[in-house]
Design a binder for this molecule. Structure first.
Ligand code: AMP
Ligand code: MG
Length: 400
C-alpha cells in the first residue's frame, strides 16, 4: 500500500496547471495572477496631505507653541479632488483636506487640531518638521515598479491595487471546471421518497461544496447507476464539459463496482490502496489528459480523500503553489488507539487552551458516520499501530 505522502506526491507531479485567460477586475477574486504586473503610474500620483489641516512652510512655524502661536494668512482652501490655485509663500498657509493636492511652496501640513482658524488667518500652536503629514508622489508605488508577480493570489488588496494602477483586466490561471458524479443503484437525490434499500446521495452535494471551497467550478452530473454502459455515457458527457472528473463510490472490489472497469476502458488509471483511514480504495488517472479522481463511496472517506488529495490537485491546476493546509501540533485530550496498519485521520474539535492547541475526537469514527465530520473543525493524524495517551502531542490541521 502507498503512503499518503507518496501517493499525493505522485499525483501532484502529474497534475498540470491549466491555461491562462484574461479576466476583468470584478471577476478576478480568488484567481491566481499569470503575469507580472508593472505600475503604469505613481501611487499616489501627486504630493498630497495626510491630514485635514494647514499646508505651511515648516521654517515659518518652527517656534510655534501654545503660548506663542504663529499667525499665518490663509490664501485658499484646497479640497480633495481639486488642484490648488495659489502658491504658499512665507507668512501664509493654505487650508487643506486629507488627500488634497499640496500647493506649491508648502512643505508640511499642520493638523487642524493644533490650530485655530478665523476665516482669514490661522494660529498655529505646534511646529512641524519638513515633509510631516505629506504623502509623496510614488511613495507607495513608483512608475515601472513590479507590483505583483506571476503566482500572486488575487485577494481584495490585490484587486484594489489593480484598480489603483488603472488595470481593468489581467491574465490569470483558469479555475478548473470539475464534474461530479455519484455512483450506486442505492442512491436517491434530495426530494424523492426513499424506497426500501435506498439511501440519500450525500456525497455529490458535499463534494460540490468542497470544489467551490477549493476555488474550482463544480458541475453537478447527477447519479450514475451500477451499470457500465450508462456510467460510461455519464463519464464521457462529464468530460466533454469539464477539466477534471470526480466520482464517488464503485471503486472497491464489490461485484457491482463498475466504476473501475469503465475508467480503465476510457483512460489510464492507477488503482491505489492508500494506507489511510478513512479512504483506502482510490483511483487516480487520466482520460484524454484530464485528471480523474475516483473517491470511495463512504461519506466520510470521500470528503476526507477530497481534502487530502483532490483539493491540492485542484489548487495546482488553478496556479496555486501552496497546496496543503498547514499542520501544527495539538495536545490530545483523550487516549486514542490506532491498531490498524493505516494512518488514521480522525475527526476532531481543535481549540486553543492556555496558548496551545488541544484536540478532542468527535465520537464514533466509522467511515460512514458523517456526523464525525459535521462536529469537527479539523483532522488529527494518528500514525498506524500506536496507542497515545491524553497529554501527548499529535499532528493536526484545520478544515476550511
Ligand atoms: P461503494 O464504494 O460504492 O461500495 O460504497 C461504499 C458505501 O458508501 C456504501 O455503503 C454506499 O451506499 C455508500 N455510498 C456510496 N456513494 C454514496 C453517496 N453518494 N452518498 C452516500 N453514501 C454513498
Ligand atoms: Mg457502490
Amino acid at each position: 500500500m502507498l503512503s499518503v505522502e507518496a501517493a499525493r506526491q505522485q499525483m501532484l507531479d502529474t497534475i498540470d496547471v491549466l491555461q491562462t485567460e484574461q479576466r476583468e477586475i470584478l471577476e478576478c477574486s480568488g484567481y491566481v495572477l499569470a503575469e507580472d504586473l508593472y505600475a503604469s503610474d505613481n501611487i499616489p500620483p501627486f504630493d498630497n496631505s495626510a491630514m485635514d489641516g494647514f499646508a505651511v512652510i515648516s521654517s515659518d512655524v518652527k517656534a510655534a507653541s501654545k503660548e506663542n502661536p504663529i499667525v499665518l494668512s490663509v490664501v485658499e482652501t484646497i479640497a480633495a479632488g481639486f488642484a490648488p490655485k495659489k502658491k504658499v509663500s512665507s507668512g501664509s498657509a493654505a487650508r487643506i483636506m486629507t488627500g488634497a493636492m499640496m500647493p506649491d511652496g508648502a512643505n508640511a501640513v499642520v493638523m487642524q487640531e493644533v490650530t485655530e482658524f478665523d476665516g482669514d488667518t490661522v494660529q498655529i500652536f505646534e511646529s512641524v518638521d519638513k515633509s510631516e503629514n505629506v504623502r509623496f508622489t510614488g511613495e507607495s508605488v513608483k512608475v515601472k515598479d513590479c507590483v505583483m508577480s506571476n503566482g500572486k493570489i488575487l485577494h481584495p488588496p490585490e484587486i484594489s491595487m489593480m484598480a489603483s494602477l488603472n488595470c481593468a483586466s489581467v491574465e490569470v490561471y483558469r479555475k478548473p471546471k470539475v464534474a461530479i458524479v455519484s455512483t450506486g443503484d442505492e442512491l436517491m437525490p434530495i426530494g424523492e421518497t426513499l424506497k426500501p434499500g435506498k439511501i440519500r446521495d450525500s456525497n455529490r452535494y458535499g463534494l460540490y461544496a468542497q470544489v467551490q471551497n477549493a476555488g474550482g467550478i463544480p458541475i453537478d452530473m447527477g447519479i450514475a447507476p451500477d451499470d457500465a454502459d450508462k456510467t460510461e455515457q455519464i463519464f464521457l458527457k462529464s468530460l466533454s464539459q469539464a477539466d477534471a472528473l470526480i466520482t464517488s463510490g464503485g471503486v472497491s472490489v464489490g461485484e457491482h463496482d463498475v466504476v473501475r472497469n469503465v475508467l480503465t476502458k476510457l483512460g489510464k488509471m492507477h488503482f491505489w490502496r492508500v494506507a489511510m483511514k478513512p479512504g483506502k480504495p482510490q483511483v487516480y488517472g487520466f482520460i484524454d489528459d484530464k485528471p480523474i479522481f475516483g473517491l470511495p463511496g463512504n461519506p466520510v472517506s470521500s470528503l476526507v480523500v477530497f481534502e487530502l488529495f483532490v483539493r491540492p490537485a485542484l489548487l495546482k491546476m488553478a496556479g496555486h503553489t501552496e497546496l496543503l493546509r498547514p499542520t501544527f501540533e495539538a495536545v490530545l485530550t483523550t487516549d486514542v488507539t490506532n491498531s490498524d496498519g493505516r494512518v488514521n485521520y480522525m475527526r476532531a474539535i481543535i481549540s486553543k487552551e492556555n496558548g496551545e492547541y488541544v484536540a478532542k475526537t468527535t465520537g464514533p469514527q466509522g467511515s460512514g458516520i458523517l456526523h464525525s465530520l459535521v462536529l469537527a473543525n479539523g483532522l488529527i493524524t494518528i500514525p498506524s499501530g500506536v496507542t497515545l495517551s491524553a497529554g501527548e502531542r499529535i499532528e493536526a490541521q484545520f478544515l476550511n
